[in-house]
Design a protein. Structure first.
Length: 575
């Protein structure tokens, strides 16, 4: 199934492993010749054998048993196997007792999965037909053109009274639903632009067969432009404020986009959405400056960013509180809230990007006022790290400030790396119950992995790059469930994500390249999901369409994993 699908999407076949037993956990997608190679065997392994899959001959190197690990919450014993000395490209099997798994070593080990996580954004575009020459079997007619969107009473202004009709087309469907949210869109683009800025040469070479692939711009930027164009329509031209989201009053059913019937609205402006918009427009204005395919965008984005920031200064604490809004205005709205009650990180990120764009001291003052006391990995609700990434790599700011930020980031990464020697899967994350929850594969493993890449870039110490790869390999199969959590990849990947199109399109396999949320011991969907097999933090996952708590997809999750995988691939091209 995977080979057929990918031949349609990318125009070429690639090899995936074909053997994987449940008791051997490893990266199911591909390993780099000169990087660390780890397998984890459930239980206590006495002997391990590696063979060339084509010839059946034993490999010339002997795998090394590193240690036996014990899960701190389940008590399960696991054997950590190191075979990093095996560097010859090829396909191999690793066996212990009656269990066998296969793995591949190759130079561009993560290129296909990186491309797929990017191509997934094309497949979830809103407002345009998805064409067969780019999407193969996943082609579909136009859904949600969004050219007749109403101003919700909560969003009314003097220039746009309630019931006014605006056009707000394009953009990406946010998650398993069909709505479009500024907060999450801005975060998703911000994460991807950060990875692009650090690895632009690699991304320039990553062609994923989208309608814009024939131009001179990297496909990653082209895809983001499709969403940026929508975001610009979400700014009120009369005052610069930005609507929190474009939504139906209630979630649609599991039907195709063209079959949806509810009226769509833009709802209340919020300070969080407006600052996130200002940040990402300023960031995009820098990166697209001088771009010949989009010659007017940089100036337009810069103006939009300044107008948005001005609105936020006049409205510094307008929170999006959906329940309160729906009590006051009709129709009531019950879709995703993306509420945020602490805006210091949004002020910090927006001021950072506008400072890098303009050099204006007023933004440097806001940065200093909102600078975080400690580093934490970025999420849509805590975007401070995106500002820190940018300041450190641009080396803009006073020396004391940069030294503090650098120490915060490096100390944070050192605390992650320090947990690896006692971890169950030889990873810097996944070693505490707190590492698991809604969207953990991106918001713990993905963004922490990205942060470790920054630590490597800032210090040159390869221990951070190794740790980043270890976080990626957890997502790709070296974990407690044995899933490669990216659809269409590996020998065991999600087949039933909480994703309306994948459920409704009549195709057995879901869109490839989608990142599942991951193990979530909260099991907030337990009333609808009967297929959870464990309550252990790292095993609380159900490959079921109903499992919005563990098996939904979302643009911020795809963006975070894409940013990490793309960076890891880029590093291999540099070596």
């Amino acid at each position: 199934m995977a080979k057929t699908i990918y031949s349609l999407l990318f125009g070429a076949l690639f090899t995936v492993p074909t053997v994987c037993q449940a008791q051997i956990r490893l990266n199911q997608v591909g390993m780099y010749p000169k990087q660390e190679k780890i397998a984890v065997i459930e239980g206590t392994a006495k002997s391990v054998t590696i063979k060339d899959a084509a010839t059946g001959r034993k490999a010339s190197v002997k795998p090394r048993i590193l240690r036996t690990a014990t899960s701190p919450w389940s008590g399960k014993k696991r054997t950590i196997i190191d075979f990093s000395s095996l560097t010859q490209p090829g396909t191999y099997t690793i066996s212990s007792g009656k269990e066998t798994a296969s793995f591949t070593i190759k130079d561009d080990a993560l290129r296909d999965v990186t491309a797929a996580t990017l191509k997934a954004f094309y497949l979830i575009r809103s407002g345009v037909a998805i064409e067969s020459k780019y999407a193969g079997a996943y082609a579909r007619p136009v859904g949600h053109p969004d050219t007749q969107v109403l101003i919700h009473p909560s969003a009314a202004s003097l220039g746009r009274p309630a019931g006014s009709v605006i056009s707000s087309p394009y953009g990406w469907y946010d998650a398993g639903d069909y709505n479009k949210y500024i907060v999450n869109s801005a975060f998703s683009i911000g994460v991807m632009l950060c990875s692009y800025e650090q690895n632009h040469s690699y991304y320039q070479s990553l062609n994923v067969n989208i309608p814009e692939s024939t131009n001179q711009t990297a496909d990653l930027l082209d895809e983001m432009m499709f969403n940026l164009r929508w975001m610009l329509t979400m700014q009120d031209p009369y005052d610069g404020g930005v609507y929190h989201k474009l939504t139906t009053p209630n979630f649609e059913g599991f039907v195709m986009p063209a079959d949806c019937k509810q009226q769509r609205y833009v709802v209340q402006k919020s300070t969080a959405a407006t600052l996130d918009f200002a940040a990402v427009m300023a960031q995009a204005a820098r990166i697209f400056k001088g771009n010949k395919d989009y010659p007017t965008f940089a100036d337009q984005a810069a103006r939009a960013a300044m107008a948005a920031y001005g609105w936020a200064e006049r409205n510094p604490s307008v929170l999006y509180q959906q329940r309160r809004m729906s009590q006051q205005f009709q129709p009531a709205v019950t879709t995703g809230e993306y509420g945020d009650f602490n805006l210091s990180d949004e002020w910090y990120w927006a001021a950072t990007e506008l400072y890098l764009l303009t050099g204006d001291q007023q933004f440097a003052d806001v940065i200093a006022k909102n600078q975080p006391n400690r580093f934490s990995a970025p999420t849509w609700g805590n975007v401070a790290a995106l500002g820190t990434y940018e300041l450190l790599t641009a080396k803009k700011g006073n020396n004391s400030q940069l030294s503090t930020l650098n120490s915060q980031l490096i100390n944070y990464c050192d605390s992650l790396v320090a947990t690896t020697p006692k971890s169950s899967f030889q990873t810097p994350n996944g070693n505490s119950p707190r590492d698991f929850g809604w969207g953990c594969l991106a918001e713990t493993f993905g963004t922490n992995g990205l942060t470790l890449c920054y630590a490597y870039r800032l210090t040159g110490d390869k221990k951070y790059l190794t740790a980043a790869l270890e976080d990626a390999e957890y997502v790709l199969g070296r974990n407690a469930t044995g899933y490669c959590y990216i659809t269409g990849f590996g020998t065991k990947s999600p087949m039933h994500p909480h994703h309306r199109i994948s459920e409704a399109d009549g195709i057995e396999a879901p869109f490839p390249g989608l990142v599942a949320g991951g193990p979530n011991p909260g099991q907030q969907d337990i009333a609808e999901v009967k297929s959870y097999t464990s309550k252990q933090p790292d095993e609380s996952y159900a490959d079921a369409m109903q499992s919005y708590a563990s098996n939904e997809i979302a643009i911020n999750w795809n963006a975070s994993i894409l940013a990490l995988l793309g960076w890891l691939e880029a590093e291999q091209h540099e070596q």
